[in-house]
Write a protein that binds this ligand. Structure first.
Ligand SMILES: Cc1ncc(COP(=O)(O)O)c(C=O)c1O
Length: 381
């Protein structure tokens, strides 16, 4: 017996399109025959600088051991983020860092607080892997039918529950809602200093990195920012991420990080990506435009679309059609993968799907497929 809890299930994620593509990758041309709008990977390619560097040296990159503790990667990230190298711990994707950190920061006697709904891996690791108490704060405003929670209310819940850690995904998935930096700092100052604040900023660049708490986390002793580089630098396949926190926290966690934790392709790709700010800034601007157009298309078909600041949004299927689980299956028959979010929270409407924003051509295909599915459901009823 290696660990106290041996969960029987894995957390539920998107990525079902690999059932169609094939996870042995025999025929990668199948990638173009489906739309994976159930995962939140970037719709754009990594910066041309990333591609050029990797392409030019690919055989060497594949056969060579990377710098053992990602020294250059940590230095470049520190320069770009204006923090010290001692504030950073890098890993092969934030999932890797979430598992590494949570298993050391918490025990089965801990209490954590999360929003409901939120990114499913958090509740999975808290409840199934560590087996600790998890207080989930529902924040769907019943009367307005929108996701919102005044910060003073969240502070009240935290003060009452007294958790060891508060975990906030900001902007949150699947809701696409943002807690502003100002509100977060108000929360940080109002809650006990012993309470660790974990902020997952996977999607923050789609809003504005001035909303990030990275600079604060580097100075404070009780705040950790977890940053995936997957979704905003188009590096989901490469696997790259970092934690930013006080040197004490980082030193305490880094001894559990193995050598060569980030692959050489991922180290090289990340260094090139974070230095090409202009390229990515344009992509975030386009994402916001595409989100507006795609959301309008869903509204025109009768969906209730929830406001979002990120590269995805929630859409509620009109009453006369099937629930999300059926609708998602119907769309899959036409190669469109959407996310039924009913398993992402305990207070989630069964008619809600999460839609990832893609490029304009793919978004047009998403809309025509959804229209086709709705029409065929009408004809069958
Ligand atoms: C909020 C959030 N955090 C973390 C992750 C994990 O990302 P990765 O392991 O690719 O860095 C995801 C992935 O979807 C996510 O949505």
């Amino acid at each position: 017996m290696l660990i106290a809890n041996t969960p029987k299930v894995k957390a539920f994620h998107g990525g079902a399109s690999f059932e169609f593509i094939g996870s042995r990758f025999d025929d990668l041309s199948r990638v173009d025959q489906c739309i994976n709008a159930d995962v939140l990977d970037a719709w754009f390619d990594p910066s041309p600088m990333v591609i050029a560097k990797i392409r030019e040296h690919l055989p060497w990159i594949l056969r060579t051991s990377p710098p053992t503790h990602c020294e250059g990667l940590v230095q470049v990230l520190a320069e770009q983020l204006n923090v010290s190298a001692g504030n950073l711990l890098v890993g092969a994707g934030s999932s890797n860092l979430i598992f590494l950190a949570m298993l050391r920061l918490l025990s089965k006697n801990s209490k954590v607080l999360t929003l409901d709904p939120t990114y499913g891996e958090y509740n999975h690791i808290f409840e199934e892997v560590i087996g600790c108490e998890c207080v989930k704060v529902p924040f769907l405003h019943e009367e307005r039918g929108a996701y919102s929670l005044p910060i003073s209310k969240l502070i009240d819940v935290i003060l009452k529950a007294r958790p060891d850690m508060v975990t906030l995904v900001n902007p949150n998935s699947p809701t696409g809602t943002l807690i502003t930096k100002e509100e977060l700092l108000r929360l940080r100052h109002a809650i006990p200093k012993e309470t660790l604040l974990w902020i997952d900023e996977t999607y923050i660049d789609y809003v504005d990195t001035s909303q990030s708490l990275i600079a604060y986390a580097a100075e404070a002793r009780n705040t950790i920012v977890c940053k995936s580089l997957s979704k905003v630098y188009a590096l989901s396949g490469a696997r790259s991420a970092y934690l930013c926190a006080s040197p004490e926290i980082i030193t305490g966690l880094s001894c559990f990080s193995p050598p060569w934790a980030v692959s050489l392709p991922a180290q090289i790709a990340t260094i090139a990506a974070v230095q090409d700010r202009d390229y990515y800034a344009k992509r975030y601007q386009e994402t916001s435009e595409y989100r507006g157009l795609l959301a309008a298309g869903f509204r025109d078909m009768g969906f209730k679309v929830h406001d979002s600041v990120a590269n995805f949004f929630l859409a509620e299927i009109p009453d006369r059609f099937g629930v999300a689980s059926e609708f998602v299956q119907d769309c899959r028959r036409f190669g469109l993968y959407l996310r039924d979010i009913s398993k992402m929270g305990s207070h989630v409407n069964k008619r809600m799907v999460r839609v990832a924003v893609k490029d304009s051509q793919t978004n047009a295909k998403i809309l025509s497929t959804v229209k086709h599915v709705l029409t065929s459901q009408t004809q069958q009823s």
